[in-house]
Ligand binder design. Structure first.
Ligand code: F1P
Length: 630
C-alpha cells in the first residue's frame, strides 16, 4: 500500500460512519481487508501495521489512546493505589481478573510481580482470577465468561478476610458478564474494594445487553464507575484487531502493557523511592513501542515461521511450541487460544513448558489428571507426541540466552532424530555482558573474576547456539539493542522486571503472528473475518450472527435462524429451540464444528443443512468453500 493510502487506512476506522453499529473491538480493520490472500511476509507486515495502531496518538475528535493525557493520568493514579498496598500489605490484595486471554494475562502478570516481591523479601500481594478456573489457562472455557454471579463469587472467595482490595477487571470488549459481576460487587462494597476496569472501547460502546439473573448490564456498570470517585476506567482505543474481534491479539498486548506499566511504577515507588509520575509512565509505554518495532524488524524470520506452521496445518500436521520460562507460558497461552479463535483441534497447535506444572505454579497445581491435553511438560511431549511426529509437523523451540541452552540443545537433538522441521526462536541482549556488570558493585578482584565468568558463559552460549542452529531449518534471533531498553538501564531496580517484559511482549507478537498466519494460510479466514468461529459464549454468538448478516446480506432474524439450525443440526426449528436462551444455544454449540460456515452455505444457496455440510466436506478449505458461493 502506498504511503498516503496507508495513512488513510490507518485512521479510517476512527471515522464515525465506519461500521457505526460496532464497538471498536469488533470492527474490521481496513489495513487487513485482504489478509486472507496475502503471502506469509505480507501477513506479518500487516500485523505490524495493526500493532503500531496501539501507540497512535489521539487527534482531535477521535478516541482516547494509550498515550492520551487522561489515560496516562489514570494509570498514574492506579499505580499510586497499588503503591499504598505494597507499602502496607497487611490484609490487602491486588486482584487481576478476566476471561480467556485477559485471565491468562492476569495470571502471567500476577505471577511475575509476586516473584519480584519475593526477590525483595516481601510477601506476595497479587492474585489472579480466570473465568473457568485454572483449566482455562490452558484450554478454551468460554462459557463461564457469561456468568456474572460466578465472577462475583470467585472474587469474594479470593478476597475473604481482606480489608483493602485493588481489583483490576479486564474485558477488552467491555463486555464479559463475569467481569461485570465482579465490578458491580466492588461498587457495592467501596469500603474494601477499589475497582479498576481495563478494556479497549469507549465507555458508551460497553455492551448493553441483559445478563442472566442481573438487573445491570456491562454498560450500566461502566456508567456507575464513571460517576464514582473511587473507581477507575482505563479504556484507550487501540484500533480494530487484524482478525475482526480477535482480542487475544492487540487487546491482549495492550492489556499486558498497561498492567506492567502500572505495577512496575507502583513497585518502583514502593521499594526504590522512585515516585510515580506521568512522565515515567509515558517513557515506559514508549519502551513497549520500541519492543514492537524491534520485533517486527525481523519480519523475514517471523514469516519463515508462519510459512512452516502454515504448511504443517495445511497438510494436516501440527505445530508444537517447546518453551522455557515465562516465554513457555506465552506459548501455552497462544496454543490454547487457537481452538476458540479458529475452531482448531487442540492437537493442531500445542505448547509445552520446561519443568511442567512445577514451573507454571498455578493455584490448582497439576492438571494432568484432566487428560492428555493438559500434559504440558517437555517429558510429556517426548512421550506422547514426538513418537507420532513426522516431517509434515513443525516444532519450534522458544527461549532466551538466560535459559538452560544446554537443555535446549538436548531437546533439539531428540527432535531431529525423528523429524527435520525444527525451528528456533530466541532472544538475546546486545552488550549483555556490560548490562550484567552494571548490577555488580563489589571489590575489584571479585569484579575481574565475575567479568571472566560472564564472558565464559557468553562464549559457551554461542557454542551451544551454533549447534542448535545447525539442527534447525530456521532460526529467529531477536537481539535487543541496549537503546531499546533505556528503562531497564536507567533504573536498576526495575531491570529485572523490564527485560523479561520486552521479551515476553515480543514473543507474544511472534507467536500470535505464527498461529494467526498459519490459520490464514490454511484458509480459515475470509477477508479479515474468522468464519469458523466457535459459538461458545454470548459474545461469540452475537459475532457469528453479525458475520452471517454481513456475508449473506440477509436480515438478522433469518441469520440467527440459520445459525440455530446449524447448532442443533435440524432442518426446521421446532419445539422449544427458538425460545431457549443463548446459554442453552452456546452450550449445545460446544460439541459442534463448522456451524457458522454451514449456516452461511444454507443462507447463500438455500440448500438444506445436510447439503451444506456435504459441500463443506468436499471443500475442506473454508475460505474456498465460501468464496465459491459468494
Ligand atoms: C474475553 C475472551 C477472549 C477470547 C475470545 C472470547 O474477551 O475470552 O479472550 O479471545 O474472544 O472472549 P474480553 O472479555 O477480554 O473482551
Amino acid at each position: 500500500m502506498a504511503g498516503s493510502a496507508w495513512t488513510s487506512a490507518l485512521c479510517k476506522w476512527e471515522s464515525p460512519d465506519y461500521e457505526p453499529s460496532l464497538p471498536v473491538s469488533e470492527k474490521s480493520n481496513p489495513l487487513t481487508c485482504d489478509i486472507d490472500r496475502a503471502s506469509a511476509e505480507s501477513i506479518v507486515k500487516m500485523l505490524h501495521r495493526c500493532d503500531v495502531q496501539m501507540f497512535q496518538e489521539e487527534s482531535e475528535g477521535t478516541y482516547q489512546r494509550l498515550l492520551s493525557d487522561q489515560v496516562v493520568k489514570t494509570l498514574a493514579e492506579v499505580a499510586k493505589r497499588a503503591e499504598l498496598i505494597l507499602k502496607d500489605p497487611q490484609d490487602s490484595l491486588v486482584v487481576l481478573s478476566g476471561c480467556g486471554t485477559s485471565g491468562r494475562l492476569a495470571f502471567l502478570i500476577a505471577a511475575r510481580f509476586n516473584r519480584a516481591l519475593r526477590q525483595l523479601k516481601q510477601n506476595p500481594v497479587y492474585s489472579y482470577i480466570i473465568a473457568g478456573g485454572d483449566r482455562a489457562l490452558l484450554s478454551s472455557q468460554e462459557a463461564p465468561e457469561d456468568d456474572p454471579k460466578l465472577g462475583m463469587l470467585s472474587l469474594k472467595k479470593v478476597c475473604e478476610g481482606k480489608k483493602r482490595v485493588l481489583f483490576v477487571g479486564i474485558s477488552c470488549g467491555l463486555s464479559a458478564p463475569f467481569v461485570a459481576g465482579q465490578l458491580d460487587f466492588c461498587l457495592q462494597h467501596p469500603e474494601v474494594y477499589t475497582p479498576v476496569l481495563i478494556g479497549f472501547n469507549p465507555a458508551h460502546q460497553a455492551r448493553d445487553e441483559a445478563m442472566p439473573g442481573c438487573t445491570f448490564t456491562f454498560h450500566s456498570v461502566v456508567q456507575r464507575m464513571q460517576e464514582h470517585a473511587n473507581a477507575f476506567l482505563i479504556n484507550p482505543a487501540v484500533g480494530p484487531e487484524a482478525i475482526s474481534g480477535s482480542s487475544r491479539m492487540k487487546g491482549g498486548s495492550a492489556t499486558k502493557i498497561l498492567l506492567e506499566v502500572v505495577l512496575s511504577a507502583a513497585q518502583a515507588a514502593a521499594f526504590s523511592r522512585t515516585p510515580v509520575t506521568c512522565n515515567g509512565i509515558v517513557q515506559h509505554i514508549g519502551a513497549h513501542k520500541r519492543t514492537v518495532d524491534v520485533t517486527y524488524s525481523e519480519c523475514e524470520g517471523i514469516a519463515a515461521l508462519v510459512e512452516a506452521a502454515g504448511r504443517s496445518l495445511q497438510g494436516g500436521g501440527c505445530v508444537c511450541y517447546l518453551g522455557w520460562g515465562s516465554l513457555a507460558v506465552l506459548s501455552l497461552m497462544d496454543a490454547s487460544e487457537c481452538n476458540p479463535t479458529f475452531g482448531a483441534d487442540y492437537e493442531d497447535v500445542r505448547g509445552f513448558i520446561s519443568g511442567g506444572y512445577a514451573e507454571l505454579n498455578i493455584n490448582e497445581g497439576s492438571l494432568t489428571s484432566l487428560g492428555p491435553d493438559f500434559c504440558i511438560a517437555h517429558e510429556d511431549f517426548l512421550h506422547l507426541l514426538l513418537p507420532r511426529l513426522t516431517d509434515k509437523d513443525t516444532v519450534l523451540l522458544i527461549y532466551t540466552h538466560c535459559d538452560d541452552v544446554g537443555d535446549v540443545l538436548k531437546l533439539a537433538r531428540r527432535v531431529r532424530e525423528k523429524m527435520v522441521n525444527l525451528h528456533a526462536f530466541y532472544h538475546q541482549a546486545d552488550g549483555d555482558t556490560s548490562a550484567a556488570l552494571q548490577q555488580v558493585s563489589i571489590h575489584q578482584s571479585l569484579f575481574l573474576y565475575i567479568y571472566v565468568s560472564i564472558y565464559r558463559s557468553v562464549y559457551v552460549f554461542f557454542l551451544l547456539q551454533d549447534d542448535i542452529n545447525k539442527l534447525c531449518l530456521s532460526t529467529l534471533n531477536i537481539t535487543w539493542p541496549a537503546a531499546a531498553m533505556p528503562f531497564c538501564r536507567q533504573n536498576r531496580t526495575l531491570s529485572s522486571v523490564s527485560v523479561p517484559q520486552q521479551w515476553e511482549l515480543s514473543t507474544k507478537l511472534v507467536l500470535n503472528a505464527v498461529s494467526t498466519g498459519a490459520h490464514i494460510l490454511k484458509g480459515k479466514i475470509y477477508q479479515n473475518h474468522m468464519i469458523d468461529v466457535q459459538v461458545t459464549n454470548s459474545k461469540l454468538y452475537r459475532r457469528a450472527t453479525r458475520l452471517l448478516q454481513r456475508l449473506s446480506g440477509r436480515p438478522g432474524p433469518q441469520c440467527e435462524e440459520a445459525l440455530l439450525k446449524a447448532i442443533y443440526q435440524v432442518e426446521e426449528l421446532t419445539g422449544d429451540i427458538p425460545s431457549c436462551d443463548i446459554t442453552t444455544h452456546t452450550h449445545k454449540a460446544r460439541s459442534r464444528t463448522k456451524v457458522v460456515p454451514a449456516a452461511l452455505v444454507c443462507l447463500l444457496t438455500g440448500c438444506s443443512l445436510v447439503e451444506a455440510e456435504s459441500h463443506l466436506k468436499q471443500r475442506p478449505i473454508i475460505r474456498e468453500a465460501v468464496e465459491e458461493l459468494l
